[in-house]
Design a protein around this ligand. Structure first.
Ligand code: G4P
Length: 529
């Protein structure tokens, strides 16, 4: 268990907050599970609304037609709902790996994650990658093995895969009663109880694995085998341990079917009971505890044109400490300027509403016209900067050009705005040549071009550059850094903050330069400042 939170007037609202994301490989059932979780919270009346909303938004928004064409979810958002006395903030992550930067930033704003695994497929590539990001911050993970109503792999094999590929202890809390067409429900070891597929809301007490009530749910020829298997699972696996879970070393495992709305109740109950309340957040000067009285927060996502009728721009801020009250003034530490938080918003599945107050762990949307950018820290006056909203060296670099030279200035401004939103990274070459944009996935380039056309009326083209990778260059010795940059002007650009980036044509050439310049550091990650 975490150390008890220090007593403060804020402790109660904080201890009720659960801020989490779902990590999974596309198609494992994240959208379906999200819908079912929101149903529990009463945030939506009918399952299907998340999908319906997603589609409705797509038809309203021009640039999101890219998403519609390719059938993927590009937008990250947050959904708040209440259940079992807790306030859940579910942060949605884009399904497509081309938007992985967005996902990484979102994961910097959560305290826990639900890992959804397709029972027929086990741990897939993207799940593993996202898990590694969670591991960097030791985020506790609850596992939901989904689609038990379909042909599924042996549960032991799946647990083994979690342990081996993720180096994470797996503690089955429930055990499936058969699977596929004969999937009948789950048995819960600790309480010796059963939930049936067709009656998820009822927990049936049994005397143990030998109980006849239990046998009656299984196909007769499976009964003996199931008892042996379940006994082995109970004795052979790690028991659930709250401390190990909260430290990110052990994951409780639930089996279910999101589509059939089964197992979701156990999952959300576990999130309410075990997932940690908002944790302290690392800042440059000190750790900020959630229970501190003064409001602090950081922006992990900017979203423009959520409602194209209003052409608005919303910064999503995670509150890290204190209480945010509507109308309060906050300091944007990067600029030193004061910002009135006049219309902070909460987001629900269907709509949004003005947030009169928000606490640590909450995510509020702050409408603004370019005052805020990704990575910004807001405080009540203290100069501190939260860490953990990193920028990764892009894997694709393209020069962006515009046919109409008269519009060059407008393009420059548009690129700056979109870079501040995190759509792309923008590099201004020191040799005076045209701007270079950097992305992690090619789809981001399509989004950029579409948004430049739709929102700024700019028709642009991409050209290859001779560079394939770039690194932030730094050195403790400022003179050495300067002479290195001066000697390599044609391969140096400034990023949006004016920090120097060294571009290379290949990993080989980068290594060559790095070896010849031992005083210079070449980094592929940069923390937003
Ligand atoms: P994603 O967001 O992780 O990409 O997955 P999503 O929820 O969209 O689910 C992917 C597909 O898997 C969907 O089917 C969905 O209905 C199905 N699915 C999700 N959970 C379960 C489950 O527990 N059991 C079964 N049998 N199927 C499940 P689809 O046909 O691709 O989409 P749709 O036509 O249903 O929208």
């Amino acid at each position: 268990m975490n150390a008890p939170l220090p007593k403060s007037p804020l402790t109660d609202p904080i201890s009720r907050r659960r801020t989490f994301a779902i990590i999974s490989h596309p198609d494992a059932g994240k959208t379906t599970l999200t819908e079912k979780l929101l149903l529990f919270g009463g945030a939506i009346q009918l399952a299907g609304e998340v999908r319906a909303k997603r589609n409705a938004q797509q038809t309203r928004s021009d640039w999101m037609s890219i998403e519609r064409e390719r059938g993927i979810s590009v937008v990250t958002s947050v959904m708040t709902f209440e259940y079992a006395g807790c306030v859940f903030n579910l942060l949605d992550t884009p399904g497509h790996e081309d938007f992985s930067e967005d996902t990484y930033r979102t994961l910097s704003a959560v305290d826990a994650a639900v890992m959804v695994i397709d029972a027929a497929k086990g741990i897939e590539a993207r799940t593993r990658k996202l898990f590694e990001v969670c591991r960097l911050r030791d985020i506790p993970i609850v596992t939901f093995i989904n689609k038990l109503d379909r042909e599924a792999r042996d549960p032991f094999e799946l647990l083994d895969e979690i342990e081996k590929t993720l180096a994470l202890d797996a503690a089955p809390v429930t055990w499936p009663l058969s699977r596929g067409k004969t999937f009948a429900g789950t048995y819960r070891f600790a309480t010796k109880s059963v939930r049936r597929l067709d009656k998820d809301d009822e927990e049936l007490k049994v005397s143990g694995l030998d109980d006849e009530k239990l046998a009656a749910l299984l196909p007769p020829f499976e009964v003996e085998g199931w008892r042996e298997e379940a006994a082995l699972a109970e004795e052979g696996s790690k028991p659930f341990d709250l401390k190990a879970f909260r430290e990110g070393h052990l994951t409780p495992v639930f089996f279910g079917s999101a589509l059939r709305n089964f197992g979701v109740r156990d999952l959300i109950d576990a999130m309410a009971a075990y997932a940690p309340p908002p944790r302290g957040q690392e800042a440059d000067k000190r750790q900020v505890e959630a229970s501190e009285p003064k409001m602090t927060g950081f922006v992990f996502k900017i979203q423009a044109n959520m409602d194209p009728n209003h052409r608005d721009r919303i910064a999503f801020m995670r509150v890290c400490s204190g209480k945010l009250t509507r109308g309060m003034k906050a300091k944007v530490v990067r600029t030193g300027k004061s910002l009135s938080l006049n219309a902070p918003q909460f987001f629900f599945a269907r709509d949004r509403s003005i947030a009169d107050e928000a606490y640590a762990g909450d995510v509020v949307g702050l409408p603004n016209h370019g005052v805020l950018r990704i990575g910004d820290t807001l405080t009540e006056g203290e100069d501190l900067v939260f860490r953990g909203v990193p920028s990764f060296a892009p894997e694709i670099l393209r020069r962006i050009t515009i046919g109409d030279a008269m519009k060059a200035k407008k393009l420059k401004e548009a690129l700056r705005q979109l870079a501040e939103e995190g759509v792309v990274q923008l590099f201004t070459p020191r040799d005076g040549s045209g701007a270079i944009v950097g992305v992690v996935g090619a789809l981001q380039l399509d989004v950029l071009a579409t948004r430049l056309a739709a929102e700024y009326g700019l028709e642009t083209k991409y050209e290859q550059t001779r560079f394939t990778l770039c690194r932030w260059a730094s050195s403790e010795d400022k003179n050495k850094l300067k002479s290195f940059l001066d000697a390599n002007t044609t391969a140096v650009a400034d990023d949006i903050d004016g920090d120097p980036v060294f571009m290379a044509s290949s990993a080989f050439s980068l290594n060559y330069d790095a070896e010849r310049n031992p005083a210079i550091g070449f980094s592929d990650v940069k923390d937003y400042q």
